[in-house]
Design a protein around this ligand. Sequence first.
Ligand SMILES: [Mg+2]
Length: 291
Amino acid sequence: MKKLSKFKAAMFDFDGTVTEKGSVAPSEEMAKILYKLAQEVPIAFCTGRQKSSFEEHGLKIILSNVEPSKRQKFLENLYLISENGSIGYAFNTDIDEYEEFYRVLWPENFVERKWLMDKLSVLTEGSGKVYYDKHEVVIVIGSRYHDEDKDIRDVYATSDKIYGIVVKFLKEVSENYEDFITVGNSGIGVVIMPKNGNKDKGIQMFGQLLKEKNGIDFDSTLSEILVVGDNPQPGGNDHDFLKGTYGTPYNVGEYISDTKFPLNVYDKNGTKLLHATGTIRLIKESFNSID
Ligand SMILES: [Mg+2]
């Protein structure tokens, strides 16, 4: 008999968590495992990317591993929290499309989004690229090297540099900027988001929707939601996602924290497993029916 998992849902950061470090798309093995997992429990991707980028790089490969007869059922169990927690999408079977189930607004009264984008575009010129048209709530500055065929270490270093520039400028705008805005470093770029539109909000809203829509019962901290990411360090774009306020968080990134959460993933020899390798191991350990 199958042993039941303690988890009733799962959430995954995308880049560096579902994908290996430096890859744009998940492997076929990962796609198959995610497909199997979504047959059992609702799953959500919680990413700095916007919906179209996720559809192109994530959903396409996963769907290519889904039998046509199971496509609809699979999409119903797959959720997307995009723009680092600012917008949530759920599949609407009536229109056969993903539809927003929540959206957080940019704090225009604190600082105009367009003005900030223009300023940061000038300040990060040479290292970063502000994505003007793709994101609807957050501001994303990609490491300039991201689009080119560069050593991933250069991409990460550039991302750190951009993060420093953004934080310095926001402090000049207001010493209290963190009351309104959160800045997250994903390693391939920097996301600037409304304070209440971070990945932590994504877990709360996902849990709430599953309670209302699917009648799933969760405890008050939603600990029956498995949460996986790779940037839990202070300033990382999974910091709020993995701090343990909601969900049971696991870290598949290199950073080791001295706090209770996030937990780590190890192989049988006690070696910490990273990125997609760690995520696959964790899914198999957490859901016995998946191998
Ligand atoms: Mg990541």
